[in-house]
Design a binder for this molecule. Structure first.
Ligand code: SAH
Length: 227
């Protein structure tokens, strides 16, 4: 799989956002157990500093979540890597993916850089508008909608992969129903302070296998939409 992004030279950045700091992040992800070279390469390629406020750009290649406004965060790179890698485990070859919780657009951009057909849903209109601008600037083909993502995106289902980037005590049945057979759903499930990163695989007869990949902390999955 190849990265399909066509980056402007300026987007490659220098100094605190340049190639050396990005390579350091990739080394760190490797040390922390991320193995899939396609995923590491996508993370190396996507300019994370363009997904945060300019004032935070110098911290964009640290392995931390960062605030993006409206009380939300851009996920930690390791978590993005872990979730993305899980979609390809055991030889899976997803094509069409749904993300719930666009936020900054970073996770969607990483999925698009892997050549996936990305559909993403965000409940906060202001965040979605900024994310869409980033997709356009980077030439990424990402479909997005402003909605409560707990209902998924039935018109485009089934999905080979579903990535939920906000935490909830239970998995939404509607999302599991929109997963194709052979598909993978990854979602933080648990209370407000910590969740298990659950990975579900639906086999050919529709039976679901579950694993817990890690302990994580995500912002909550909320109902309804805001402008
Ligand atoms: N994937 C994002 C992470 C953003 S944080 C990134 O890479 O930056 C989680 C996001 O989920 C927030 O933007 C929040 O507004 C959104 N969210 C929470 N509940 C939601 C829901 N029911 N439907 C859609 N988006 C939701």
């Amino acid at each position: 799989m190849t990265a399909r992004m066509h980056l402007q030279p300026a987007a490659l950045g220098l100094g605190m956002t340049g190639q050396r700091v990005r390579d350091r992040l990739i080394e760190r992800l490797r040390e922390n157990g991320i193995r899939d070279e396609r995923v590491l390469n996508a993370i190396r390629t996507v300019p994370r500093h363009l997904f945060v406020d300019e004032a935070l750009a110098a911290r964009a290649y640290e392995d931390n979540a960062l605030p993006i406004g409206h009380g939300q965060t851009i996920s930690q790179p390791w978590v993005v890597a872990k979730m993305t890698e899980s979609l390809f485990l055991d030889g899976a070859q997803p094509k069409r993916v749904l993300e719930v919780g666009t936020g900054s657009g970073y996770q969607a951009a990483v999925l698009a850089a892997l050549g996936l057909e990305v559909h993403t849903v965000e409940r906060i209109g202001d965040l979605l508008r900024i994310a869409r601008k980033r997709f356009r600037t980077l030439g990424l083909n990402v479909r997005s909608k402003h909605d409560d993502g707990r209902i998924g995106w039935p018109e485009h289902a089934p999905f080979d992969a579903i990535v939920v980037t906000a935490g909830a005590p239970v998995l939404e049945d509607a999302l599991v129903a929109q997963l194709a057979s052979g598909g993978t759903l990854v979602a933080p499930v648990g209370g407000a302070n910590a969740q298990g990163l659950l990975m579900l695989r639906k086999d050919a007869d529709g039976k679901v296998q579950e694993r817990n990949l890690a302990q994580v902390v995500f912002v909550p999955l909320l109902s309804g939409t805001v402008g």
